[in-house]
Design a protein. Structure first.
Length: 209
């Protein structure tokens, strides 16, 4: 059964509060999202397996530990998910990056796929799907299913802000996928935006309307 992890570290909560403010500009919004993504990355990779390796320090030989097992892939859901990639790459610079393009139909509010480019060995990797907003959960659920269709078996979802409706959908559709968020907000409004939320993350990252 999937688990919902709310990473409410004081630094993350503080930075998120600044991001929520309407007057925060795109430059600061992007920088804060980058910083929060790196901080969340510590938690989402906390249980990566380690293996013993023999190394030599300037003093002597020793048995040390390094990350073992599957290599990582970061898969942002375009376009807002791009804002969370660099923070994770700062932690794991050897990770490969794929891209999934989904947009929400303004009438049906359902996700529509328009792009998918993934590493050739994606099925062998520990995959972190990133998208700042977990609103209806439709895009996240579809992106996860696209990865599963390509053989991925170890997937985690990392978002900045979630609504209960979105978390419930992803957990129902993918009970094997854990969700990591910085805050669980109150609800969705009639336009399927998260309340109180922070507006359209893509527009605020890229300075568009």
């Amino acid at each position: 059964m999937s688990t919902l992890h709310v990473i409410d570290h004081p630094l993350i909560t503080h930075k998120l509060s600044i991001m929520r403010e309407a007057e925060t500009g795109s430059k600061d919004f992007r920088q804060l999202l980058d910083e929060i993504s790196m901080l969340m990355g510590y938690e989402i990779t906390r249980d990566l397996p380690l293996e013993d390796v023999e190394i030599e320090t300037p003093i002597t030989k020793m048995t040390a530990k390094k990350v073992a097992g599957r290599k990582l892939a970061i898969v942002p859901i375009l376009r807002a998910g791009l804002g969370m990639v660099d923070g994770l790459l700062a932690l794991v610079p050897v990770a490969k990056v794929g891209h999934i393009g989904l947009y929400r139909d303004p009438e049906t509010h359902l996700p529509v796929e328009y792009y998918c480019k993934l590493p050739a060995d994606i099925e062998d990797r520990f995959v972190i799907v990133v998208d700042p907003m977990l609103a209806t959960g439709g895009s996240a659920s579809d992106a996860i299913q696209m990865l599963k269709n390509r053989g991925c078996t170890q997937i985690r979802l990392m978002c900045l802000v979630g609504a209960p409706e979105g978390a419930e959908k992803v957990m129902a559709d993918h009970p094997d996928v854990d969700i990591y968020i910085a805050a669980m907000d109150e609800k969705l409004n009639e336009h399927k935006y998260i309340v109180p939320g922070l507006g359209d993350a893509g527009d605020r990252i890229f300075g568009t309307k």
